[in-house]
Design a protein around this ligand. Structure first.
Ligand code: UD1
Length: 419
């Protein structure tokens, strides 16, 4: 297993190219299960989660090849298997995204329940209730959801108590081949869902309401393979903006979509960073001291929970008090204990963290606990005085494409070593 070592205190200068979105690629790769033929997907990031879902597709009968670093061709002619095993689902809960497409195409899907994870219980009850409304019979046995339907699924109206990203995606993928009309109310509105809708539409699906919280799907009898480009990763983009905020410097991010980060930009500007937005690029400069801001995580277009940990690391570097409310996942403060090891003054009270900034952090040995918590430790390490050693970095490899290489290229002193 590798660890990451950072010698903090270097300003960052230069250009970083943003990769395709992990959370955009995962549902689109799952959608290729919906019909036979060869699909082409561009701008696919090089990540462990992508390798995991491809491994899962292979167990279902699909074949795939990378025709260049970021282009993937997936053939799903021979998809006959319908089971996603515990071994794969436990390493990546987004594996549940194969439920919708398998049920729609094969009339059967058996997928291990994901169970808990570092950031909370994360149930899939919304997905299951949605499939039942579409006419599927569901059974829970031996830790698996076994979903069956005789003939085609039937369109229905589905309301989510809370907008769920993968829930919306799963129901969409099931509904496109259902008989009749499906309406999803209180749907999630993340840009990755619009990316999936574009893929499904190119496959021949009929979906209205893209970008809104009410999606209407007119089911069709068949679909055909399609070609799509994955949108830029807004969480990777946000992570690098915050990294420059923490370390200081002047960096331009390219190949990104600034319009996907409205709430983060507000907060970073209030915090004293200069941001210059282009069509597909964004320049960030930090020259002066940081100011404290409060954040509340919310479904899109609110502040992304996937950027909460990184922003908390930034707030430890201000000279004021910052209140961070985590409203999406109940246990997403695993990074707090590690940031404290670096000298941060943070108090947690339920879903609220109060960060008392002292203007600096000190390098320390810390442990990565989940994907975004790991990113927050990297950010803290870039700003800290002395050496920071982060162990268990396989979490980072799940979701950041060449993080060490990209940060090194803009002047950070960061490297990997075998533990
Ligand atoms: C997705 C993202 C993840 C991000 C999260 C919130 C992917 C692959 N992952 O996760 O990076 O942090 O959105 O932006 O896209 N809930 C239920 N029952 C359900 C489903 C969800 O109670 O059946 C709750 C969750 O516990 C959570 C909230 O709804 O409190 C939103 O979760 P959801 O949007 O479903 O997260 P994911 O799709 O798992």
């Amino acid at each position: 297993m590798d660890k990451i070592i950072i010698e903090g205190g270097r300003k960052l200068h230069g250009e970083i190219k943003i990769s395709g979105a992990k959370n955009g690629a995962l549902p689109i790769i799952a959608a290729t299960l919906l019909c036979p033929g060869t699909h082409t997907i561009h701008n696919v990031p090089e990540l462990r989660d992508i390798r995991t879902i491809l491994q899962l597709l292979a167990t279902l009968g699909a074949t795939w090849e990378r025709i260049d670093t970021n282009t993937l061709k997936i053939n799903s002619d021979n998809v006959t298997e319908f089971e996603a095993s515990y071994d794969l689902v436990k390493t990546m809960r987004a594996s549940v995204l194969v439920l919708g497409p398998l049920l729609a195409r094969l009339g059967r899907a058996r997928v291990s329940l994901p169970g808990g994870c570092a950031i909370g219980a994360r149930p899939i009850d919304f997905h299951m209730q949605g499939f039942q409304k579409l006419g599927a019979q569901l059974e829970l046995e031996h830790g698996y959801v076994d979903a069956k339907v005789c003939g085609r699924l039937r369109g229905a109206t589905i309301y989510f108590d809370i907008p769920s990203v993968t829930g919306t995606e799963n129901i969409l993928m099931a509904a496109v081949l259902a008989e009749g009309t499906t309406v999803i109310k209180n749907a999630a509105r993340e840009p990755e869902i619009a990316n999936l809708i574009d893929m499904l539409t190119r496959m021949g699906a009929r979906i209205e309401g893209r970008g809104s919280d009410r999606l209407t799907v007119q089911g069709v009898e068949s679909l055909q393979p399609a070609e799509i480009e994955i949108i830029p990763d807004r969480i990777e983009t946000g992570t690098f903006l915050i990294a420059v905020g923490a370390a200081g410097g002047d960096v331009t991010l390219t190949n990104c979509n600034p319009s996907h980060l409205p709430s983060l930009f507000e907060k970073l500007r209030s915090s004293g960073l200069y941001l210059e937005e282009g069509e597909t690029s964004i320049r960030v400069i930090r020259s002066g001291p940081l100011k404290n801001v409060d954040i509340k995580t919310m479904p899109y277009p609110g502040f992304a929970t996937d950027l909460q940990a990184q922003t908390m690391a930034l707030m430890t570097l201000t000279e004021g008090l910052s209140v961070i409310h985590e409203n999406i996942f109940e246990n997403r403060f695993m990074h707090v204990a590690e940031l404290r090891r670096m000298g941060a003054d943070i108090m947690v009270d339920g879903g609220k963290a109060i960060v008392k900034g002292h203007g600096k952090l000190n390098g320390a040995r810390v442990m990565a606990t989940d994907l975004r918590a790991s990113a927050s430790l990297v950010i803290a390490g870039l700003a800290a005085q002395g050496l920071t050693e982060i162990s268990r970095v396989y979490h980072l490899d799940r979701g950041y494409d060449d993080l060490v290489g990209k940060l090194s290229a803009v002047g950070a002193k960061i490297w990997r070593e075998r533990e």
